[in-house]
Design a protein around this ligand. Structure first.
Ligand SMILES: *[C@@H]1O[C@H](CO)[C@@H](O)[C@H](O)[C@H]1NC(C)=O
Ligand SMILES: *[C@@H]1O[C@H](CO)[C@@H](O)[C@H](O)[C@H]1NC(C)=O
Ligand SMILES: *[C@@H]1O[C@H](CO)[C@@H](O)[C@H](O)[C@H]1NC(C)=O
Ligand SMILES: *[C@@H]1O[C@H](CO)[C@@H](O)[C@H](O)[C@H]1NC(C)=O
Ligand SMILES: *[C@@H]1O[C@H](CO)[C@@H](O)[C@H](O)[C@H]1NC(C)=O
Ligand SMILES: *[C@@H]1O[C@H](CO)[C@@H](O)[C@H](O)[C@H]1NC(C)=O
Ligand SMILES: *[C@@H]1O[C@H](CO)[C@@H](O)[C@H](O)[C@H]1NC(C)=O
Length: 547
């Protein structure tokens, strides 16, 4: 066990002061505001039992889903960490935060936009960040947007610094900086892993907040299954290689415009991938190694699931499950060999679709009765791991952007007003939908007009490129190198993407300057392998694009 960090001791003092500022109130009093626990996972696509995946062992997340409203069709606004996180944490699209890369802080670069935690903080919540919530670096001013977003300094696990170092034992017995990195946790530096540390810290904070008079907003950001796949090696046993299939469509599709493809350069930098002598930009990776990558990603998902399980069971033990909203999501997905890709950095469903679910006590599930275990820890290694009955689900198309208004609404705070266009001058407004209506159980009496018409719903995503064909910086072009922007809309029926000229000085997309297009129909081509954009030229295309 690592000793309690100095920041934690310090935190005790700060929280003591914050909490004393309000009179005592009984926890769980129905008139008290609800707490919020926001779990943000890095690079997690919805490969989970609760999303119908039969191979993945994710019993704890599935259990959360069984008590939640689960969104089957939720999409990130840009499939890369910093732009996606800044987008959903401010509730603005990348075209408003003007962050398409990692290199600017929206408050000085675009507008002084409020964030979800800032809004809760300004409404009397104690707001706390554990792990990777904001992307580190300049995109959050090297401070996770402190002090605006957080009541106390954000916590980062100390073992994070070993993620990219040589800590993976290879077949030669030496340590390497590999992609595939199953480890014996007692052997790694500090004898722990970042996500384990984050869980421990979050549980300690929950313990402190149990007796607090102020409600809390705790955001916990997990690192796995982001690469490298550094995880406790026992999780590999859950996925024997013979049980792991390849992606159903491991080839680069013939009709794919070159601008849509990205060459997954970060993967290629790992020592074990370098040793494969892959050709740039298309590979391919040998089939047996593809299986190993998928095996390790899935193992990371199960390892992540155990962390979520420990966190939720602690919430339960502290009797906070009846007074805490739990929201679970990811910043974007990840291609596991689909279209010959191994990364995010694109507009396909595999990289933009995210898991999204909200547990709201008494609303998505009955309130736990005194002493009832609501989120008991479930061991993914237990042989009987039936996926529990799903809770409520919706197939409505939603955007991650909607997290801000929806969390505000669920917690009973005033939902920020809709943003005007443009909204750079407005600190507090929302570009996303308030999804609160979807939480209402209309039952049999439901009037058809109350529901949104699913055919009218649209989710927007976008991705920038430095050139019309793949090159060294196509995955993550810096702002000044962006020449083309791929604007993509997903409806229940299709995904339609146009790649248009983009001027990074003026932040202007030129929709008369179309470089390429993609159109995929969900019913006939759910994996998005057969681009029918050219066939559709002649009037049936949606004309207007901009959100
Ligand atoms: C809940 O809080 C309200 C307002 O503080 C108080 O009047 C009421 O008695 C409390 N109810 C319970 C069950 O603690
Ligand atoms: C930006 O917003 C923060 C939080 O509301 C505020 O403290 C700060 O003064 C604002 N900065 C500017 C330049 O308006
Ligand atoms: C960003 O951080 C620097 C260094 O701490 C600080 O001086 C500056 O005021 C911060 N920017 C904003 C907009 O708060
Ligand atoms: C692997 O697949 C076989 C055959 O379907 C199945 O019996 C076995 O339980 C699977 N192993 C694991 C660990 O899931
Ligand atoms: C679509 O048309 C463009 C322009 O004629 C051409 O370059 C491209 O190869 C075509 N794509 C497919 C999938 O046929
Ligand atoms: C990769 O290239 C190196 C140097 O040419 C060679 O020694 C090695 O065997 C190659 N590896 C594979 C997997 O082809
Ligand atoms: C937009 O693209 C069209 C077609 O390439 C070009 O004629 C026009 O000048 C461009 N407009 C701007 C503002 O760059």
């Amino acid at each position: 066990m690592p000793p309690p960090s100095r920041s934690l001791l310090w935190l005790g003092l700060v929280l003591g002061a914050v909490c004393a500022s309000r009179g005592p109130a009984a926890p769980g009093n129905a008139t008290d505001p609800l707490n919020v626990l926001l779990i943000i996972v890095d690079d997690l696509r919805p490969s989970l039992g609760c999303y119908g995946n039969k191979l993945i062992r994710s019993p704890n997340i599935d259990q959360l889903a069984s008590r939640s409203l689960l969104f089957q069709n939720a999409f990130a606004q840009q499939a890369v960490c910093a732009p996606s996180r800044v987008s959903f944490l401010t509730g603005r699209r990348p075209d408003t935060t003007r962050l398409y890369d990692f290199n600017s802080y929206w408050r000085v670069h675009a507008g002084n936009f409020s964030t979800i935690p800032q809004y809760f903080k300004e409404n009397g919540y104690v707001t706390m960040s554990v792990g990777k919530v904001f992307h580190p670096g300049i995109s959050s001013n090297h401070s996770d947007d402190s002090p605006y977003s957080w009541s106390v300094p954000p916590y980062h696990p100390s073992s994070e610094k070993y993620e990219n170092t040589k800590t993976c034992r290879g077949p030669d017995g030496e340590l390497h900086a590999n992609l595939l990195c199953p480890v014996d946790v007692v052997d790694v530096p500090e004898g722990t892993l970042p996500d384990k540390q984050s869980t421990e810290q979050a549980i300690q904070l929950l313990g402190k907040m149990k007796t607090s008079a102020s409600p809390f907003f705790l955001a916990v950001g997990y690192h796995k299954p982001h690469i490298p796949f550094r995880y406790p090696k026992e999780f590999q046993k859950l996925y024997p290689l013979e049980n792991v299939s390849l992606a159903p469509d491991p080839q680069v599709p013939t009709g794919l415009p070159l601008v849509a493809y990205n060459p997954w350069m970060d993967l290629r930098q790992r020592e074990d991938i370098q040793a494969l002598n892959l050709s740039v930009p298309y590979g391919p990776i040998p089939a047996d190694f593809q299986r190993k990558i998928r095996q390790s990603y899935f193992a990371c998902v199960s390892y992540l699931d155990t962390q979520v399980g420990r966190l939720l069971s602690a919430l339960d033990d502290l009797q906070l499950a009846s007074s805490t909203i739990v929201a679970f999501t990811s910043d974007h997905g990840w291609a596991l060999g689909e279209h010959g890709e191994w990364a995010k950095y694109s507009n396909f469903d595999v990289t933009t679709r995210v898991p999204l679910m909200f547990y709201v006590p008494g609303r998505t599930a009955p309130l736990p009765v005194e002493g009832e275990k609501f989120f008991p820890y479930l061991d993914p290694f237990d042989s009987v791991s039936e996926v529990p009955e799903p809770g409520r689900q919706t197939g409505d198309l939603v955007e991650l952007l909607s997290l801000f208004p929806t969390l505000a609404g669920l917690a009973g705070l005033r939902v920020p007003p809709r943003c005007p266009i443009p909204s750079f001058h407005m600190e507090l407004c929302r570009e996303g939908r308030n999804l609160l209506k979807l939480f209402e159980d209309h039952g049999e009496e439901e009037e058809p007009h109350v529901r949104s018409n699913p055919r009218e719903l649209v989710a927007y995503s976008q991705y920038p490129r430095p050139a019309d064909s793949p090159q060294w910086n196509s995955d993550k072009p810096s702002l000044e190198d962006i020449k083309v922007m791929g604007y993509s809309i997903r409806t229940v029926d299709y995904r339609y993407t146009v790649w248009v000229g983009f001027n990074p000085q003026e932040f202007l997309a030129n929709f008369s300057d179309i470089h390429a297009g993609e159109l995929y129909f969900v019913a006939s081509d759910p994996l998005q392998d057969h681009n029918v954009y050219n066939d559709s030229q002649g009037g049936t295309l949606p004309q207007s694009f901009m959100p």
